[in-house]
Design a protein around this ligand. Sequence first.
Ligand SMILES: *[C@@H]1O[C@H](CO)[C@@H](O)[C@H](O)[C@H]1NC(C)=O
Length: 218
Amino acid sequence: MAKLMLTLSLLALSLSSLGQAHEPSPLQDFCVADFKTSAVRVNGFACLDPKQVTADHFLFRGLHVPGNTSNPLGSFINRPTVNEIPGLNTLGLSTVRVDYAPRGVVPPHRHPRASEILIVLEGTVLVGFVTSDPENRLVSKVLAKGDVFVFPFGLIHFQENIGQGNAVTMAFLSSQNPGVIAIANAIFGSNPPINVHGLAKAFQVDKSVINKLQAPFN
Ligand SMILES: *[C@@H]1O[C@H](CO)[C@@H](O)[C@H](O)[C@H]1NC(C)=O
């Protein structure tokens, strides 16, 4: 009996050390975001009472509409978030449509909380990502309509329309809130600015070059 108790308590001990504070998968069919009744944030929004949930909570209309690409980057990003689709809450995914004028770009950026899978609906799009330091290898491809490309979790990546006409891509990200770190904006457009001397050293250029790079953001 004593031996059995010892075995059981050892088993309990080993199970508890393996125990998790949460389950990685959802514990309910859905947790439609409730923006109103609670300020509690547990890695997302609180759940609306399932009895109040309707189909509209899972719906977003309008991603067929082309965006206005008349801007310095020549691209337009339409990304319905959990605010537009409350049913996305806690599900670990989201979507984005990008329109590109000829030579339009989505400049180098990274998503701190997601991988991304991108599909070309129209046009010819140069895409790429760069592996971590010290390799810093560019992994790049020219994509045509129907091609699919993956940007791995957190890596710097970019898109550029290298075709004659407009381009359109759809992408899906592995977070309801993937976040965006636009490299140029973060490095040269931070508020307040990063010390020019330090940036000049980092980029191995004269301070005047850094001043020029910072200028568009001021
Ligand atoms: C597109 O954006 C530009 C620049 O903001 C603006 O001048 C133009 O009227 C917009 N075009 C349409 C169709 O909304």
